[in-house]
Design a protein. Structure first.
Length: 91
């Protein structure tokens, strides 16, 4: 799983956006609330068993993709609203 991620996904714009969102969440969520750690960190810098790290990464990915979907929907709504305002101004 980790090797596939590092080999084939790192050039994807979606993957790079996910990593940016993950970085923000990792710093925004206090450690006492939830110990958010990327898969790479869990595998490389901890003694977390690999199967536990994979399962935890899958749960965290579900949360990240939800956050990203909400952000994309908000951006789309903002774009539609801006286009509507511009159309009204021009007419």
């Amino acid at each position: 799983y980790h090797v596939v991620e590092m080999r084939s996904k790192t050039a994807s714009p979606l993957f790079l956006w996910k990593k940016r969102v993950e970085w923000v969440v990792e710093r925004a969520v206090p450690g006492w609330l939830y110990d958010w750690r990327p898969l790479y960190t869990m595998v490389t810098f901890s003694r977390t068993p690999y199967h536990v790290a994979i399962e935890r990464a899958r749960r965290q990915d579900a949360v990240l993709y939800s956050i990203m979907s909400l952000a994309a929907a908000a951006a789309a709504a903002a774009s539609v609203a801006a286009a509507a305002r511009l159309t009204r101004r021009l007419s």
